[in-house]
Design a protein around this ligand. Structure first.
Ligand code: ADP
Ligand code: MG
Length: 315
């Protein structure tokens, strides 16, 4: 495998940032192999957009550098750009241009020869299921359709690397699924994709996930590896009355931490079998009616929350 994106200790301080504020990027190293779907996960303000904008040569790092498609982002920015499709987090289309005009515009500025534009645009309209809306102004598209058009525009010059900054944030669940189906097709074609997201279910789909927080990469690996590295197991429990359940869980020596998820509690424990049998008898003794008590699958959400809790303890 060849490495398509490599970053070396990127630091970014914005000129107008307060002196006491942490740097937007505080020494980020990164390696993305060709053909990977790489997820950048982190809360608001973590540094996702800053990192993506540096890699797409839109802004410069304060120090450190990166190579994208083999070219240095500082010394060879012009060479990097043709290899990249970039979909910014904010609206990137021209609101008063129609769907097809936006595609033609992006084709022109990305140097797609006129002779190839029609075929390419037809393909992308079909791909993004926008063929019936070619004359609609982009400002009149639904949020989901706008994102699909922005994705199509980012792909117009057939880049081998795609940088997507929160492509599904603020999009309804159906469009969110559609966008991921489109991404799956892009990846099938061998495009390397870096995607940032605040959603843990989306992180789960990636080959490699990095969790970024306050400008630093906290962990990086496949979702499965990150999940395996958690130093505990999970169980879930639903019982009534809820007040009794809470009290039992709070007083249990087996429970390391817990949180409410929907109508049940999710507990981290060292010994799931032992904890279940203890909890069952304690709950019954306290007069609770137990409807669910079982081991639960660990997910990226658990990894993320664990890391955030550790950070809070350190602070
Ligand atoms: N243009 C800017 N000027 C000053 N500070 C900025 C600017 N852009 C981002 N920041 C700050 O840098 C940090 C990282 O922001 P950003 O990269 O947008 O994070 P994310 O995309 O993960 O939400 C935040 O603290 C943010 O306030
Ligand atoms: Mg952002």
């Amino acid at each position: 495998m060849t490495t398509t994106i490599e970053a070396y200790h990127l630091i970014k301080r914005y000129p107008n940032q307060g002196k006491m504020d942490p740097a937007a990027l505080d020494g980020v190293d990164l390696k993305i192999e060709s053909g990977q779907l790489y997820g950048l996960v982190g809360p608001d303000g973590a540094g996702k957009t800053t990192l993506i904008r540096i890699l797409s040569t839109v802004i410069l790092p304060t120090s450190g550098t990166a190579k994208v498609a083999g070219y240095d982002i500082l010394k060879q920015a012009q060479k990097v750009r043709p290899h990249l499709g970039y979909m910014p987090q904010a609206f990137s289309l021209y609101p008063d241009l129609s769907v097809i005009e936006n595609l033609r515009f992006f084709a022109d500025i990305n140097g797609v020869p006129k002779s190839k534009q029609k075929e390419r645009i037809d393909d992308l309209l079909d791909f993004a299921r926008l063929s019936d809306f070619t004359s609609r102004r982009s400002e009149n598209l639904s949020g989901g359709m706008r994102k699909k058009l922005a994705l199509a525009c980012a792909l117009i010059h057939e880049p081998e690397i795609l940088l997507l900054d929160e492509p599904t944030t603020g999009v309804d669940p159906v469009s969110r699924r559609e966008l991921w189906q489109l991404l799956a097709k892009v990846i099938e074609r061998g495009v390397t994709v870096l995607v940032s997201t605040p959603y843990m279910d989306e992180a789960e789909r990636c080959d490699v996930v990095s969790i970024i927080f306050q400008g630093k990469m906290l962990v990086s690996g496949s979702p499965l590896d990150l999940e395996k590295q958690l130093p505990f197991q999970m169980i879930e429990v639903k019982a009534k009355p809820r007040g009794v359940l809470r009290k039992v869980v709070d007083n249990s020596k087996e429970v390391l931490s817990w949180r409410a998820v929907g109508d049940r509690l999710r507990l981290s424990v060292n010994d799931p079998a032992g904890a279940q049998s203890h909890l069952r008898s304690e709950l019954i003794e306290a007069g609770a009616d137990v409807s669910i008590l079982r081991e639960a699958k660990i997910g990226m959400e658990d990894v993320f929350i664990h890391l955030m809790e550790q950070k809070e303890k350190q602070a």
